[in-house]
Design a protein around this ligand. Structure first.
Ligand SMILES: [Ca+2]
Ligand SMILES: [Ca+2]
Ligand SMILES: [Ca+2]
Ligand SMILES: [Ca+2]
Length: 365
């Protein structure tokens, strides 16, 4: 008896959630009153076709449901009813609905939709004594739904209330609708946003710049390619004055040395990759004495900075954000450079003298 109780406890535990994918709603007894039970929206009531199981990905990453298996009647050995096709990916907080059969007519919250058309009995969900089981792609049992304690004739679905975390109750106990495949019980869609999984930065032409002020175009590959926001933010390592990078990954050499350049996803996942770029042959050959005489002050500063350029010929002064974005070429008096309209942060001043350049960093308050 003890062993049976233990097995039963395990079954009950695993029936509520496993990892990222949960069962959120099951319609095993569509209403046979007119078309009230027409869950798949094709205008016809059919016990087998209108049955469905709604799964939700409760993780923060895309969930690959490829080759998951839906079995029915697992308490008596079970029958494999449906195998989820390879490449079925569910976004975070997104739903996957497997219907008995199509045609599926409606939007269903733009959830991932499948139908178990493969056999005439489809999912074969019965009104009583039904234990639905789900195996993952490796063949391990991961989810169960046991209707035994539930009504044998609900004429509507059982859904978690609240969605995702609640216990299963009859759908009509909380709303006038009898089911909500692909949406929360109140009709709110689940998320349809796929997130970035990997970012890979590469440089086709070798990871170096060896010409004065030269540039190097980096590229970044984002997976999956159907991620909802594949944009990236490019940056150089904080504090580096070796190079700058623009918003599309074009690196510009500023000084000799090496620098890590990164691309980071903008979709909230903050997935990032970096590449080390070596910069050489930059003529920062201001003589030691003239470099020493090139002073920037005050630093940090709020409204104005000054360059003491005594004895130097200055051809161009350019102001960059620390990320490498050119803000402006400085016009006028090098001893009175207005920075009042900059937002607080780190900036670079690149001073060119003949074919020599020098980079000075300052902090805007
Ligand atoms: Ca139908
Ligand atoms: Ca069955
Ligand atoms: Ca019924
Ligand atoms: Ca639902």
């Amino acid at each position: 008896m003890k062993k049976i109780i233990t097995l039963f406890s395990l079954l009950m535990l695993s029936s509520f959630s496993y990892g990222q994918l949960i069962i959120n709603e099951v319609l095993y007894d569509p209403s046979n009153s007119g078309t009230d039970g027409d869950a798949n929206g094709d205008g016809v009531y059919d016990q087998e076709e209108d049955s469905f199981i709604e799964f939700v990905n409760i993780g923060t990453t895309n969930f690959d449901a490829s080759n998951y298996e839906i079995w029915d009647d697992t308490a008596s050995g079970g029958t494999l009813r449906y195998v989820v096709p390879t490449g079925t990916i569910v976004p975070p907080n997104g739903a996957l609905v497997v219907f008995g059969s199509g045609p599926l007519t409606g939007t269903f919250g733009n959830a991932v939709l499948l139908s178990a058309d493969t056999t005439s009995s489809h999912l074969n969900l019965n009104n009583s004594g039904e234990v639905i089981g789900v195996k993952d792609g490796s063949g391990a049992w991961v989810l169960f739904f046991d209707s035994d304690a539930l009504s044998n004739n609900p004429n509507e679905s059982y859904t978690r209330v609240p969605d995702l975390t609640g216990n299963f109750i009859q759908h009509g106990d909380t709303t006038t609708a009898l089911f909500s495949p692909g949406t929360m019980f109140d009709g709110t869609p689940f998320s349809t946003s796929y997130v970035v999984e990997t970012v890979t930065v590469s440089s086709g032409a070798g990871a170096s710049i060896s010409t004065q002020g030269g540039t190097l175009q980096l590229s970044a590959n984002v997976t999956p390619n159907f991620a909802s926001d594949t944009t990236l933010t490019w940056s150089v390592a904080v504090g580096s004055t070796v190079a700058s990078v623009d918003p599309i990954g074009l690196v510009t050499a500023l000084n000799n040395g090496s620098v890590w350049v990164s691309a980071t996803s903008n979709d909230g996942t903050n997935i990032s990759d970096s590449i080390e770029i070596t910069v050489s042959n930059q003529n920062i050959g201001l003589t030691e004495s003239s470099r020493n005489s090139l002073k920037l002050y005050p630093n940090p500063a709020a409204n104005y900075i000054s360059l003491n350029t005594t004895g130097m010929q200055i051809d161009e002064i350019s102001l960059y954000h620390i990320t490498g974005t050119l803000i402006r070429v400085v016009e006028g008096d090098a001893e009175n450079i207005a920075i009042g309209n900059l937002s607080a942060g780190s900036y670079l001043l690149v001073v060119k003298s003949g074919n020599e350049s020098s980079t000075l960093r300052f902090q805007k308050l």
